[in-house]
Structures are given as structure tokens and as C-alpha cells.
Write a protein that binds this ligand. Sequence first.
Ligand code: BES
Ligand code: MN
Ligand code: ZN
Length: 497
Amino acid sequence: MNYSIEINPLETLQSNCLIVGVYNNQQLSESAQALDKQINGLLTTIMARGDIAGKINDTLLLNVIPDSAIERILLVGLGEQKPLSAKNYRKALAAAINAVKKSRLTSVAVSLTDCDVEKADLTWKTRQIVEVFSDALYQFTACKSKSEDSATLETVVITAKTHEAEAASTGLVQGLAIAEGMTLTKQLADLPANICTPTYLAQQALTLAGAYDALEATILEVADMEQLGMGSLLAVARGSRQPAKLITLEYHGGDKNSKPIVLIGKGLTFDSGGISLKPGAGMDEMKYDMCGGAAVLGTLQAAAQLRLPLNIVGLVPASENMPDGQANKPGDILTSMSGKTIEVLNTDAEGRLILCDTLTYAQRFNPEVVIDLATLTGAVLVALGRVPSGLLGNDDALCNDLITAGETANDSVWRLPLWEEYQEQLKSNFADLANIGGKDAGTITAACFLANFAENFRWAHLDIAGTAWRTGSAKGATGRPVPLLTQYLLNRAYAGR
Ligand code: BES
Ligand code: MN
Ligand code: ZN
């Protein structure tokens, strides 16, 4: 897809379809008014007839424009004539692109940057157009033998006024970086576990490092991890025929001496539960247990594309969790890289076992902050559903920065408490820690487990089990939390903190 900014008025553009907004009081947006004059009041006539109410989600395609070189016009409802909420703006954009998808258009010109959106500037609006369109146009076709009747759209032109051109270009650049980071994340996540193995993920990191000068990848093999004493991570991998990998993808964009932001993503390429086997229904979705790792790769790609003036380290512990004669057993006691011992009371609580050694490993990068993202608990779905990601952490400033970034990026998080009282639930009679904390507060006790390995730095944990993919008939990866993390990085790079 080719996205570009155009400063000439909409009605003068060559395109298969001009997209304009209309309000529910029959008022036309600014660009729609100019266009209406050009076509002798056709839009006013149509509005007066009531053919489109102008509500959010309404669209109307005019595919013949009499006495005009304009091929088509798509009217898009904007609701009440007042600044739109960010969510309604995105809904209107989604309705527009979904209407376009139903047609065979190859080019569209969008003027929806001309309506007011609460707390939003032109950069943000442009960025949302790219993100929402790209999200709607994503298709996973890698494993289909015949190419389906796929989308025809090739060109999206976004209009801006001359004095807005720079702000719009910034939005375009950011939107593309985020959208492409999300696409990479979705593609990796949607791949089945027999293709997307730990080795495959490691190769993807090497490919990314080959594509961007500022990225560098290093892969730790099982033997390297044995040397480092990663007894917890390696125990999870023992039941699998696929060798575990610990992927490091470093982005060098900041001063040599500036401390890096470390992002850790759970890269469990298939979670069967291990000896504590999961029930069969829906187990296919456990191919998505590597979404955290995929989002780390997607975010680093976005950072590299944006040439952010920061240093960032991505760490992805990658493994399968399978039952086998060598596998972890309930009751086994592991020694982690930190020296802390762990009693495995449930082999299905494996995410924390691979993350704890990675947290310990992160310390050698002398991090400014560490953020981990993991499809860690089913319990986060009970607590928060599929709307925000769960957020827990040991540093209020870091958590607040993530909350703010999530609001801007429309990729929200909700903080849960990480109080010491919950540590009680992780007591073991036989080891320093148990790997499960009982049936209460599962998301919190999982984070409490991790907190024991994040004592020496500012750390936040995102539980993305409810947000990384959709279930049901629209099953597929979402690319979250790439927008949140990229926004956080943009804020760090350009807004002081
Ligand atoms: N990857 C799962 C978490 C998960 C489960 C994500 C369902 C999305 C949907 C994780 O490894 C896991 O199995 N967690 C267990 C922990 C329990 C054994 C304490 C869970 O949530 O059931
Ligand atoms: Mn599990
Ligand atoms: Zn898991």
C-alpha cells in the first residue's frame, strides 16, 4: 500500500474515490462543502433526501457523479457536529475503509483530517488513518494454497492544508512505522506453531538486524543458557523437540552512554500446558503464546524505522511448552539464574519461568527501565476482558507513562496492584518460591512472581493475554501492544521523559 500526503484540494485530485465526512445534522465537513460546490450541490441534495443519516458507522457510496470527472464519492458519518471522541474517529475511519474494501477500487483520497477530534492534532489524525486502514486491510494469506479474491487498493492519499503539510507528514511517518510494526507482529503471531518455532523467531530477528543498520541480533543457544545457569527457562524447553533460543535484538539510536530501555517479550511458540496439560478446546490459540515476543520485534522495527534517538534492547525467550519424558513435572524444583529456587506446582505456569531468567539476564544491560509483555494469564481475561492489557509494576512514574501512552495510542492498559500481601500466595514448603499462587488474583500473583526477579530496576509488566489476539470468527492477532510501546518510546524520545 502506498500512503501519501496531498495539499491540493480534494475535489481536484485524480482518484477512484474521494472520501468525505458528514454530520448527523446534515452538515457537510469542510472538504465536503468545497466538493459539493464543484458538483452543483449534489451532496446537499443527497443529505436533504436523508439517504445517509450521518451517524458513526454510516457510509454511502455515490458511484456516478453527473457532469464531473470525479469517479466516486464515499460519504462517511461523523455523528454529532462537535469534536469527535478519539474512539468515534477511529470507528468512522474503520467504516470508511470497510466500505472501500467491498469495492474494487485501486485508489482513494481521504479528507477526514478536516474534522475536529478531542485532544487530537493533525499528526495524530493522519497517523490514525494509516493505522486503522492498515489494520483493516491486513490479511493472513501465508498458508492458503490459492490466493483469494484479495484487496485491490493500492494508493491512499490523505489531504492536508498547505500549512499542515509538515504535521501530516510526521503523522504519516509515525503511522507507517506503527502499522508496519503491527503487521510484522500479526504475521508472526498468526503463523502456526509448526512453522513459527523458536528457531524461526530467532531467524526473524536476524533478518530484521540485516535490514536496519541500527539493529543488531544475538541468539543464545541452549548451551549458552546452560553456561549462564538459566535453569528455569531451560526446564520449560526440556519437554520439547524444538531447542530454546534467547533472542537479543538491540537498537542503537541514542548516545553511547545512555542507558537502554529493555523490552522483554514472552516467546512461547506453543503452550500445550506441558504435563499439566491444557484441555483440548481452543488449544490451537496457544500458538499465540509468543505474541509478546512478536510485539517486541514489531516495536524494534518501528523504532528503527523512526530512527528514534534512544537505545533499546529487545529480549525474547523463545520455547515450546510440551509434555514428554524429559518434561518438567509438578513438584520439580528448579534453580533459576538468580539463584532463587522455584517449585513447579503447575507446568502450565511456564511463562513466568522463562521470563524470570530473562529478567535476571536483563540486568547486564544496565537498563533505564524494563518492560515485559506476556500472554501470561487467563485470569486477566476474567478481570479485564479483551479491552485493556493488564499493567503491574514497581515504579509509579513508569506505570503512569505507560497509561498515558496507551491513551494516546488507543492501546489501553489498566493497572492492578502489586502489593506485598499477595507474595504470601507464592510461598513454597520446599523451595524459595512456588510458580503458582492459587485460584485468587491469578494475574497479580503471576506478576508478583516476576517482581522477585525485577528488584534491581524500574520495571513494568503488561499481561496481554486478553488483547494480543481475537478469538471466535474473527480469530487473528491484533498487533497490540505495538502502538502503546511505540508511543511510549516516542514520548521518551521527544517529550522529556
Ligand atoms: N499462556 C497461558 C495464559 C493464557 C491462557 C493466555 C488462556 C490466554 C488464554 C499461560 O501460560 C498459562 O497457562 N497460565 C495459566 C496459569 C495457571 C496455571 C496459574 C492460566 O492462566 O491458566
Ligand atoms: Mn501455560
Ligand atoms: Zn503460556
